[in-house]
Design a protein around this ligand. Structure first.
Ligand code: BTN
Length: 313
């Protein structure tokens, strides 16, 4: 109720009548909110008002802005974990429902792509892993990285006004620097996906001094927008976007997602270097296939299908 009337005071009487609780019970709940970092003003004859809220990734804060049917309806939050991916894999094995998400304030062994580590300090980012259970063959899994990337771009643009772009396959850049990394992992049988674990690492409120020296190509939404960004609201916005695009994908296929993805891609139509496991290929990035594979045309006009690589623009 306090959230719904953010600009005004809500009288104790109104809360008491609406929720059928005593004035003492309200006072206890307000004390609890204060203990959790909310600044709640209580003024005689006027009532209660939230003055400021903590930047906390809690189920309650995320839930306030969530409009989804299933995505993020089951949330596991942790102050500190090794990696949310490990926890999500374990939950998926034990039968976690479609749309379950794991969120941590800090990761001590965050995982990046290609065996790299992911810097995940406490309090400044969103470190989350989402469990999806589409009834699809495993070959379709790479498309989910692209669906996730488009959702993150939409949510960032709406929440912060920052013009985020995509670098194939899964980096989100702002002004050429990385703000988000996405790691998609799979539990599958030969012909059917059991679960897709989409790990997202989002640098939200880190300052320039918070990035280690070697991460000079990284940035945060705060650095780029000049403002603090509410992590729970951003995560809820990502989940809302992702569920909408996921439904679109299941109903109408990959076409629309592909078009959106291509419209945000920084590398398309440019000469790039792809460092693959089998060597470096240089060429013109022509587009992506229906499966989300990058098409690169080399000097001789030969078209290469790039499934996994690091891209230099
Ligand atoms: C990349 O290398 O760009 C992908 C980084 C993915 C990081 C996220 S943070 C949440 C989830 N848990 C992890 O350990 N990794 C992913």
């Amino acid at each position: 109720m306090l959230e719904d009337h953010a600009e005004n005071y809500v009288s104790g009487q109104m809360i008491s009548e609406t929720l059928n609780v005593s004035r003492t019970a309200i006072w206890k709940h307000v004390s609890e909110l204060r203990k959790n970092g909310y600044e709640v003003e209580a003024v005689q004859k006027k009532g209660y008002r939230i003055v400021s809220r903590p930047d906390m990734l809690s189920k309650e804060e995320i839930g306030l802005k969530l409009t989804t049917e299933f995505l993020g309806r089951k949330i596991f939050t942790y102050p500190s974990v090794e990696s949310t991916q490990f926890i999500a894999h374990d939950l998926a094995h034990r039968g976690a429902v479609d749309g379950t998400i794991v969120v941590a304030d800090e990761q001590t062994a965050g995982k990046g792509r290609l065996g790299r580590s992911w810097h995940s300090p406490s309090g400044s980012g969103i470190w989350t892993s989402l469990i999806l259970r589409p009834k699809l063959p495993p070959q379709r899994a790479p498309q989910f990285t692209l669906i996730a990337a488009v959702s993150v771009v939409h949510a960032i643009r709406k929440q912060t006004g920052v013009e985020a772009e995509i670098k194939w396959p899964n980096d989100i850049l702002v002004n050429g620097k990385k703000v988000v990394g996405i790691l998609t992992e799979l539990q599958a049988e030969a012909d059917q996906i059991k679960s897709i674990i989409i790990g997202m690492g989002i640098n939200v409120n880190a300052g320039t001094e918070d990035f280690p020296e070697e991460l000079h190509t990284a940035t945060s939404l705060k650095i780029e927008s000049g403002r603090d960004v509410n992590r729970s609201a951003l995560l809820a916005a990502i989940l809302n976007e992702l569920e909408t695009l996921y439904e679109e994908y299941l109903t109408n296929g990959f076409r629309m997602i592909k078009l959106l993805w291509e419209s945000y891609a920084v590398s398309l139509g440019r000469r790039i270097k792809a460092r693959t496991l089998n060597g470096v290929i240089e060429g013109l990035a022509k587009g992506i296939t229906e499966e989300g594979v990058l098409l690169l045309e080399d000097e001789s006009g030969k078209l290469h299908h790039i499934y996994s690589a690091d891209i230099e623009i």
